[in-house]
Write a protein that binds this ligand. Sequence first.
Ligand SMILES: [Zn+2]
Length: 163
Amino acid sequence: MSDEVLVLNHNYQPLNITSRRRAAVLLFLGKAHLVEGGESPSVVRLNHFVRRPMPILRPTRKAIFTRDGHRCVYCGAAHLPLTIDHVVPRVRGGRDEWDNLVCCCTYCNNKKGDRTPEEAGLLLLAPPRRPKCLPYISYHKFVTALRNPRWQDYLAPYAGSLA
Ligand SMILES: [Zn+2]
């Protein structure tokens, strides 16, 4: 982590996480300036605005696990083998969407089968939602980067969940 540098667009929107070496090149070429860190930059900002298309954040297996903190959404277990559960089962028309996919332990998953949580007597600890994030940075990387105290001020406004 300490070898990584957060790159902000000219409008302060986080664009990328790069290596210190790559950031040094941006600074040297005059394409960016230092925002945080001295000898060892931790945040740099581009001198010109870079327009990039907004990618769509897809509910991949890895992204669902990251959103749910690698814990079962029904029992909270983190020590059991985990899988992906469709809250409304696929055979009942449940889709592969953020609000229908959850991280689930194999025990709860077997217990639930092709039923809804209510039918199986299971309670969702939190309703699944599409997370808010900056899709320029991979979701997993973004969640990890949020824990860096030097980056928090820049990334926190983009974290949370969308209703
Ligand atoms: Zn469970």
